[in-house]
Every structure is written in C-alpha cells, then in structure tokens.
Write a protein that binds this ligand. Sequence first.
Ligand code: ARG
Length: 470
Amino acid sequence: MTDDKTKTPNEASAMWGGRFEAGPDAVMEAINASIDFDRRLYAHDIAASQAHARMLAAEGIIAEADAKAIVDGLDVIKGEIEAGTFAFSRALEDIHMNVEARLTEVIGEAAGRLHTARSRNDQVAVDFKLWVRDALDALDGDMRALQAALLDQAEAHAASVMPGFTHLQSAQPVTLGHHLMAYVEMIGRDRSRAADCRKRLNESPLGAAALAGTSFPIDREATASALGFDRPAANSMDAVSDRDFALEFLAFASILAVHLSRLAEEYVIWCSAQFGYARLGDAFSTGSSIMPQKRNPDAAELVRGKAGRVIGALNGLLIVMKGMPMTYGKDMQEDKEPVFEAAETLELSLAAMTGMLGDTDFDTKRMAADAAKGFATATDLADWLVRVLGMPFRQAHHVTGALVKLAEDKGCGLDGLSLDDMQGIEAGITAEILDVLSAEKSVASRTSLGGTAPASVAAAVAEARKRFLD
Ligand code: ARG
C-alpha cells in the first residue's frame, strides 16, 4: 500500500461513520481491511454495480442521467485500476468502498445513489460468485489441456507394456497408455464436478441487500440475467450468508489437487534411477548444486506438495463457516484468500503437469523388461488352466502358486520353466501354455470392456477424445 498518504485517516468512517466521532485504531484498520486481496474482485464489482445502476434507472428509482454518470464513471475507474494508476486505500477497507469513494471523486454527488437498495453483503456475494464462476471456466480449459496431453501420450503408448501395480508390487502387465487413460477419466470427473459447482452457484444474490431485501421496487430478474445468472437467489438471508459455492469450489479443487498429486507421485517414482521409466526433458528438470549426476523432478514434487495448500484451504473455510449464525458475519471476509490461492495453485499445477507430459520420454524397453518380472503373468497361467483344462479357479490358483514357488527356487521367471518342470506339477499342461506367459500376450488378451489390450486402449483414446475434447 503506497498511496494511503493521499487519503485522510478517517476515510472509511466517512462511508459509514455518520454516528462515529473518531476514526479506527490502526490495528482495527489493519485487521478489518481486505483491500490487499479483494482488489482482485474489481472487474466483477464494477460489472455488478453497473448492472445494479442500470436496473435502478430502468425502475425509476434513480434518474437515467445519474445511472449513466455512474456507469461511465465506473468504466473510467476500471481503466485506472487496469493502468495501475488507481490509488488503493486500506482506510477504505475493501474493493467496494475503494471504488465507490473514487466514483464520488470522478462524478460527484450522483455516486451516492449507487448504493440505493444494496448492501456490501449482497455486493460481495455477487462479486465473489462471479469471480469463482470465471475461475471455474478458466480451470476447465486448463483441465482439458491436461487431458489432451495425457491422450497424446496414451495414444503413442497404447501398446507399450509396463508392470501394473497393486500395493506398488508388480501385479499384472498393463500398457502405459492404459495407465495414463486412468488419469483422463479422473480429470474428466474433476471437470464434471466443476461444471456442477458452476451450475449450482449460478443464482444471483444481488438485491438481497443487507439480509432482509429492500423496500425499493427493484428488478432482481433483470440484474441476474444481465450478469449471466440463471435466476435470482430465492431467499435474501440465504443469499448473503451462503458460501457453499466457495466450499464446493474448494472441494472440487481439493479432489483435483489430489489427482494431480498422485500423477506427480508417479512421475517422481518413474523418474528415479531405480525405476528409470521416464526421463523429463531439461525444461522440466532441475540439477543439484552439489551432486552433478542429479536430475530432479522438482515440478512434480511441487505439484505433490501444493496439494497440501489446496486441501488446507478447504479445511480452513469449512472451519470459518461452521459457526456462522444467519446471516453475514465479518468472519466471512476470510473466504476469499483460500479460494484465490487454491485457484492460482491449481492453474500452475495443471500447467506444470501438462508441460511435463509433453516433455517426457518413456523408456519403453525398461518398462517392458520389468513387466515380465515378479511373476506378473501368474494370473494368465491360472486362467489358462481354467480355460483349457477346465480346472476350478481356486485349484488353478493353487497349482500356479506351486509353479511360482518352483520358478522362485530355480531363480527364473514363469516363462523360464521347462515343460517338464511344469508337467511335474500338473500333468495336463501342454506346450500351448507358453503362449500366455509373456507380458505382451498377457496384455493382448485383456480385451474385456475397459481393459488394457492395446487395441482396446487405442479405441478408448478415440472415444475419450470425443467425450472430453470435442
Ligand atoms: N469486505 C467485506 C467482505 O469481504 C464486504 C462485506 C462487508 N459487509 C459488512 N457488513 N461489513 O466480507
């Protein structure tokens, strides 16, 4: 705050202080002011004020000339804020009073008519909803871009065999494309949660005034539709005290952050020397100041770490809201910073994950070699015993266990056992079984709906492109 010297210390009270004799203590001003962060609402505050002024004139509540002066003056102020010449004042508390005070300087007395039939309570609710709505739209674009990057890699690797894990233990072979497509679905659900949040928030609080509505003959339908809302919020008390939209935004944001963190964690694992499945390009790697050999996936680690902030934001706001009696309380001024921070964090995290995906070389040889390790085709062997020999699955499981133990004792994989070895355990086994023991054969056989067979993955990529990107 650099510009306070141009304002009198008693300015905020000039906006509401008819009955006050002294200005606020400096500490009072410091705890009360939100202008340092809510200035981000300026464009939405101005748009909502312009809609309100136009409606007041249309209903004959203020003169047409005053409404025009207000609308034009607000455009001037918007220009000043965007040019960086606007003198924000902490003494004026928040964006609403900063703008209104400046409007008085710009157009004079008519500015005083803008706040007719309105309160900062409905004003802040409408501004904040408009901001969250824009943030949801922007994040939807970012999520879509991440899906596109995942789909490109999934398509390129529809047939690249890798180990599929449960408990981070080799379970069954899958393809990398199939693995990445799991994230396309996760982000798809995030997008649908965002859309759902947007739909539910899209009711206008404007005209609820302080809490009880107003005696002026306002047209709430008109301001709602001017601002792109579906309808006015039905209950004035709910309208000024509702912050569900911020909580839902943060809930959606937290789940998205968890998804990004899981993908980031995979990157950290895959980029380790021990796994060596992925190599990030120079643009998304960092070195160590002491260990020259290092190539660290810092961006992935930060995406994983930043999920903590987003989840913290949801927790924080839930705790702010849980003790709020009807209707507005100043506690609710604490709603904005967590939402701003979560939105900013996710925008950056999504861009980082999208960038990393485009800058990754997967070591398909290494993944394929690993896919064959750890007796990953044991289930295929058991399935063969069921299918070809008609064995009950439980018995097949038992026989396969004995074959795994034999391979373990011999220090080889299942495909390293000779036919004699196998027939020693189950006489019915024939040479045909060798066909199902490789990782490639295993994945190729998983043709069930939603399964990992390369042809199914290629088809899933095409279907998902239509569902998510068209
Ligand atoms: N800066 C306030 C907020 O963010 C605006 C609403 C103030 N309302 C009031 N009755 N003091 O919540």
